[in-house]
Design a protein around this ligand. Structure first.
Ligand SMILES: N[C@@H](CCC(=O)N[C@@H](CS)C(=O)NCC(=O)O)C(=O)O
Length: 203
């Protein structure tokens, strides 16, 4: 299994998941200027990470990859447990993190790609940051009295951790969210997370 990623990007979620699975895999860091050209564009038509190559089967789109890893390795319980409710809860958070939180971050990281003038970029990034904060308030409330987003630790927790890292890097106001902070520290203390960070040159 090969995982294509960029250090600290959303591919870090899959990297953590593969560490949890515990089977051999190769992490390939794609250079930014190699994303939108051959040969990588043949693996990922939009020139984005993550992508995996599992014995010649290539797959893109984070949620599809995470579901693939979960189905292929049921013993790793990557969707937070065996019950339908636990797996559905993990999927709910995966949907929110991928479609809402991550997409809103695209307006912060990619403001210059979306609007031309610097003041308009700053305005877009500021309103996207406020929107992201609102989403984290929802996660913080959900995490009250619980360790993980679903019954047990799941790939949704890895996704929340990775986007919380981005929020901290962008100085988004996360004050008054003790459950989110505790979740971040809990994930940070996980040896698999530390191994993925080290392999991506992030520590
Ligand atoms: N819808 C895609 C989005 C992937 C995505 O946004 N990847 C970012 C990194 S977090 C990327 O590759 N950015 C580089 C670029 O598009 O130039 C997914 O969920 O996999």
């Amino acid at each position: 299994m090969k995982l294509y990623g960029l250090p600290g990007a959303c591919s870090l979620v899959d990297h953590i998941a593969l560490q949890w699975v515990g089977k051999p895999f190769e992490y390939i860091s794609v250079a930014r200027d190699a994303l939108k050209v051959a040969p990588y564009i043949h693996i990922s038509p939009l020139g984005a990470v993550p992508a995996i190559d599992d014995d010649g089967f290539t797959l893109t789109q984070n949620i599809a990859i995470l579901e693939y890893l979960a189905e292929k390795n049921p013993e790793a319980k990557l969707l937070g447990g065996d019950s339908l409710k636990a797996r559905s809860e993990a999927r709910r958070w995966l949907g929110l993190l991928n479609s809402d939180v991550h997409k809103t971050f695209s307006m912060i990281f990619g403001a210059a790609r979306l609007v031309a003038e610097k003041p308009a970029q700053d305005e877009l990034a500021a309103s996207a940051s406020a929107r992201v904060r609102d989403m984290y308030v929802v996660a913080d409330k959900h995490l009250a009295g619980r360790n993980w987003l679903s019954d047990g630790r799941s790939v949704a927790d890895a996704y929340l951790y990775v986007t919380t890292r981005w929020a901290k890097g962008k100085n988004i106001d996360l004050s008054g969210m003790p459950n989110l902070e505790a979740h971040f520290q809990r994930m940070n203390a996980d040896p698999a997370v530390q191994a993925a960070l080290a392999a991506e040159g992030l520590k």
